[in-house]
Design a protein around this ligand. Structure first.
Ligand SMILES: [Zn+2]
Length: 329
């Protein structure tokens, strides 16, 4: 990221290089290209066809771009199969779509074994090597490429603030303070883990406005989301299409209610979809027919408008809020 003399970030790193935040346009703030269990893939997957998978991703992303979406944010990090050389191959074939990528660690429980006996895992008080690795991804590039991460990503789920989750969250916070890259935290609103995130990030001195609480749309608890929005967090209403977890009508209704309460500037819309995810047996995917990149524009926005959400509120959620999150204001 580059700052001008007003200290406002005007460019965001994408896979194909920095772009002006003004050029981000319609942005899906939480989509994956691939979600893969790399070690298990290498051990068990007989059917992986790299060329076919890359071609399929290119086709899906070109189709998404044709609907008017100009940017996707892909928060795939350590733990869910980040492979930036592969993403770069794909991005080069869809050059008019901005693809923004992340650094971080994804775990609901312990740190990955790689980190278990490094830094504070080896001796209390040692600095966490994750911090410098995250900073390296942001400043120098990821996995030997020139592609730089534009955001930090970690997770807390129903298991709560385990020691491993807390260690990653604090490392993400420190890398944020060093780089000013915004922070996305996968949360579990059903157990109000956003409040754990707030406590830890407050202790670390991270401003709420730079933090996105992903998967906030997985609850119908408008009072809980209001508390988080009032604290300054950006709320990811970002799993449209995962209707087995929460039906479409309920996902729409909570966004409508939050808009009615005046919080359109605190939300972003996305699907958490992927071209391919190996966490789900392929024969079960037909249970999720709307879980794809085009659901938000095709179905969600019309439903929001029909329920009385103003066009300017939709623009806030799809264009202005993503831009502001990447800018230093
Ligand atoms: Zn995700």
């Amino acid at each position: 990221m580059h700052a001008n003399e007003n200290d406002t970030v005007v460019e965001v790193e994408t896979v194909l290089g920095p772009v002006s935040t003004a050029a981000l346009g319609t942005t899906l703030m939480h989509e994956h290209i691939f979600v893969l269990t790399a070690d298990s893939q290498a051990n068990w997957e007989r059917d992986w066809d790299e060329e076919a998978r890359v071609a399929d991703a290119v086709t899906r992303l070109r189709a998404l771009r044709a609907t008017g979406v100009t940017t996707i944010v892909d928060p795939t990090v350590d733990g869910i199969g980040r492979n930036i050389p592969r993403v770069l191959r794909i991005a080069e074939q869809v050059p008019d779509l901005n693809i923004v990528v992340a650094t971080g660690v994804y775990t609901y429980t312990d740190v990955p074994a790689y980190f278990r006996h490094r830094g504070p895992g080896a001796l209390p008080g040692l600095p966490d090597p994750m911090v410098d690795l995250f900073v390296r991804d942001i400043r120098e590039g990821i996995q030997g490429t020139d592609v730089k991460a534009a955001l930090l990503k970690c997770a807390i789920d129903a298991q709560g603030l385990t020691p491993g989750v807390e260690r990653v969250l604090r490392a993400v916070a420190r890398a944020h303070l060093e780089t000013n890259a915004p922070v996305m935290v996968h949360t579990h609103p059903g157990t109000r883990t956003g409040l754990d995130v707030r406590r830890v990030l407050d202790e670390e001195g991270v401003a709420a406005a730079r933090v996105q609480l992903a998967h906030s749309g997985d609850t119908s608890d408008a009072d809980h989301l209001t508390e988080l929005a009032d604290a300054g967090y950006l709320l990811g209403m970002d799993r449209f299409g995962l209707d087995t977890m929460m039906p479409f009508e309920e996902r729409v209704a909570i966004v409508v209610e939050m808009c009615r309460r005046g919080y359109a500037s605190s939300m972003v819309l996305s699907q958490d979809a992927a071209c391919h995810i190996d966490w789900i047996a392929p024969d079960l995917m037909p249970l999720l027919p709307d879980w794809h990149y085009q659901h938000v524009l095709s179905d969600v926005v019309p439903a929001l408008r029909a329920a009385g959400v103003a066009k300017r509120d939709v623009t806030a959620m799809l264009v202005e809020n993503p831009r502001r999150w990447f800018e230093r204001t």
